[in-house]
Design a protein around this ligand. Sequence first.
Ligand code: FES
Length: 121
Amino acid sequence: MTVKQHFPICPTAQIAELGKFSFNVQYRGETRQAILVRFKGTIYGYLNQCAHMPKALDCEDGNIFDESGRYLQCSMHSICYDPASGESISEICAGKKLTALKIKEDQDWVYLTDKRAILNT
Ligand code: FES
């Protein structure tokens, strides 16, 4: 029998459009930073690590979206990512992606449902 793991991360109302919520997970046995972002109403979860270098996307200035609000942007060297797929749309790191985390919105909460990750408390 398989037991599904659903870890409550935060209330959905805590993440405004183009907003973020930071948290930590145990991912494949390592403590990693993670983020939830809301884009066009949908919440997406990613490990908070740029595909270019092992830096958090918001390591420099705390921002997670670019000025247009259309892309996630690393504050270190400005690589942009599609918020929905995590794919780099910049020449540097073309073809690379952020690591997506499986999440689920249910009854006004966001849950971590990724088999590879456990929520750090
Ligand atoms: S570390 Fe993110 S763009 Fe270079």
